[in-house]
Design a protein around this ligand. Structure first.
Ligand SMILES: Cc1cc2nc3c(=O)[nH]c(=O)nc-3n(C[C@H](O)[C@H](O)[C@H](O)COP(=O)(O)OP(=O)(O)OC[C@H]3O[C@@H](n4cnc5c(N)ncnc54)[C@H](O)[C@@H]3O)c2cc1C
Length: 565
């Protein structure tokens, strides 16, 4: 990691966390880092502490969804993330096997990272978007996020510092933080606290906020204790009898596992469900290697990089996402079973949603009531997304392979065909999810002005672009080849659409009165006006449609509502 530049006030990170910040963030995973970038870019003084020495070495997520990539694009580093992980031509397929070295049962082919940027320009409807998903280990993404965080003015990042205790009152928050390696604690004061401190969130527990939902869900697979083995297998591909894939799932009566290609050459993240007779405390490296060999169906030289146990079968959301000056985000606020790849992506959108609101309140542009819309908007999305993930886990984990599935007999062949047909359907359901990715909505929020129209129905696999206020703005490619989103401003954007769009000066004046930055973008071509079904559309800083209409006569009232004035 390059040296962290000094903050604007001259404070150097080697001095430890500065005593004063506007926002303190506990947790330097995806949620905390993204919140720090968003706040720092808006000129907010942020101090982030994380108790690990650096970003995670072998973290879990491997799928960055398209909406997350669009946010990275808005911030200018989607291309950097897209270049990481698998080689550019490596297939990002999802493939199902009896064992990785024997029968392939089903395969859902997806584009490589080299194909993605061109392909997305040719897609429309469900996949009308600026970015396709990217299959990449969270460890690579976190490094980019950390670099971007450190480049943001006013952000002070301190890995190796643990938050020991905290308290909040009406005026602000105080944290006691200390070096994880030991050393004297120091006090940190801030106006707001973001608890992005993961599934075991101390802050959530200190607040007495419970997770609600279901946990301890038991399935043959993806429901119970799982063992994660991060490994190097330099000969795997030389002996791999099938086309490589990003996600490899194996089903045989002996072992169920999924294994993700990390670098496309030799590094893998392997996760297997522990059987009832397997006790994690008695798993040593030799036993772990035997598990991997059972999934491959052949032995080979393996180097174990790290191992850890975790539990699949959570579908949990904190009952409140904020209290006073404290906000919960990411896994501190919701806990998923990883099917669908939604935990980290939901964490990123929490950060995006919260940061512009905090910045607007801290800069005096919005009333404090705006912060209440964080819970109002993100809690329903967390319930929705954890529910979708649970459905995928049921579909994958409750499927029981026929005991004959590996037999070299007619019965074995039938069993493999039946399993293949099942996984073919399952893969499309779990891995083609534009509706989940793009269709999250904030209907009913005080930071949205409804126009009386109905949003499209919620569906995992179907996304219907709609400018009904409260959802993602419909995407389009402009004649100059840019994404419409590239034309949006970093904060508020007023779109003037169609040949006869009104001037929209009322919104510009209202924005100026509140001190918020707003750019006006005119697109005279009629297709965008049709897509948005209105000549004037207001886009929030998190790229959500806030309002649409035919004229700006109510601009003052609309902006006052949106900014909780
Ligand atoms: C096997 C598996 C596969 C997954 N795959 C996907 C996927 O493909 N896509 C997806 O979207 N999600 C996936 N997830 C989920 C994803 O990994 C998490 O949702 C994500 O890491 C949450 O990010 P976060 O920033 O909220 O929390 P974390 O990443 O947990 O970060 C929290 C940080 O807070 C720090 N911390 C905690 N307490 C303190 C303290 N007191 N002081 C200082 N620091 C503290 C921790 O050290 C940690 O670094 C997967 C999860 C698993 C288990």
């Amino acid at each position: 990691m390059p040296p962290h530049p000094p903050a604007r006030d001259g404070h150097r990170p080697d001095d430890g966390p500065p005593a004063l910040a506007e926002v303190a963030i506990v947790g330097g995973g995806p949620c905390g880092l993204m919140a720090a970038i968003e706040l720092g870019r808006r000129g907010i003084r942020v101090t982030l502490v994380d108790d690990k020495p650096d970003t995670a070495v072998n973290p879990q997520a491997n799928a960055t969804q398209a909406r997350t990539m669009e946010h990275f694009r808005r911030l200018g580093f989607a291309h950097e993330v897209r270049a990481l992980g698998l080689p550019p031509d490596f297939p990002t397929d999802i493939a199902y096997f009896t064992r990785f070295g024997t029968h392939e049962l089903a395969r859902f082919s997806l584009p490589s990272s080299r194909q993605a940027p061109d392909l997305i320009r040719r897609l429309d409807g469900d996949w009308s978007a600026a970015e396709l998903p990217h299959r990449v280990s969270q460890k690579f993404v976190e490094r980019v996020l950390r670099r971007q965080t450190q480049a943001a003015p006013g952000v002070s990042v301190h890995y190796g510092w643990r938050m020991q205790s905290w308290r909040a009152n009406d005026h602000g928050v105080r944290l006691s933080v200390a070096p994880s390696a030991g050393g004297a604690p120091r006090e940190l004061r801030a106006q707001y606290l973001i608890a992005a401190d993961g599934p075991r969130s101390t802050v959530r527990r200190d607040l007495g906020i419970a997770y609600r939902g279901e946990t301890g869900i038991v399935r043959d697979f993806m429901g119970g204790r799982m063992h994660a083995i991060y490994l190097r297998a330099p000969q795997a591909y030389a002996r791999w009898p099938h086309r490589p894939a990003w996600m490899n799932v194996c089903f045989n009566p002996q072992r169920r596992a999924f294994m993700v290609a990390v670098d496309g050459r030799e590094e893998f993240a392997f996760h297997t469900q522990l059987r009832a007779d397997e006790d994690e405390s008695s798993i040593d490296d030799a036993r772990a290697k035997a598990m991997v060999h059972a999934a491959f169906g052949f032995t080979q030289p393996l180097e174990i990089l790290s191992r850890a146990s975790w539990t699949a079968g959570h579908c949990l959301v904190a009952e409140r996402l904020s209290e006073g000056r404290v906000f919960l985000g990411g896994d501190a606020a919701h806990l998923f079973t990883p099917t669908g790849g939604l935990g980290y992506n939901t964490a990123i959108e929490d950060a995006v949603n919260l940061a512009w609101k905090l910045a607007a309140v801290l800069r005096g542009q919005a009333g404090r009531a705006l912060l209440q819309t964080y819970h109002a908007e993100r809690h329903p999305v967390a319930v929705r997304n954890t529910g979708y993930a649970r459905g995928f886990a049921d579909s994958l984990g409750l499927f029981t392979p026929d005991p004959a599935i590996e037999a070299d007999t007619e019965a074995g062949r039938h069993a493999r065909e039946a399993a293949g047909a099942y996984f073919d359907r399952h893969a499309r359901a779990e891995f083609n999810i534009p509706g989940i990715t793009f269709g999250g909505r904030y209907d009913g929020s005080a930071a949205i002005v409804p126009d009386g129209t109905q949003p499209p129905p919620d569906s995992a696999a179907r996304y219907q672009p709609s400018a009904c206020p409260g959802g993602r703005p419909p995407h389009a490619w402009l004649v100059d080849g840019r994404s419409l989103y590239d034309d949006f401003g970093p904060d508020w954007t007023l779109l003037r659409l169609g040949p006869r769009a009104p001037g929209g000066g009322g919104f510009v004046a209202a924005a100026a009165r509140h001190g918020v930055a707003m750019v006006v973008r005119a697109h005279a071509a009629p297709d965008l006006e049709q897509r948005y079904d209105a000549p004037l559309v207001l886009i929030r800083p998190d790229q959500v449609v806030a309002w649409r209409g035919g004229d700006d006569t109510r601009a003052d009232a609309v902006m006052a509502r949106l900014l909780a004035r």
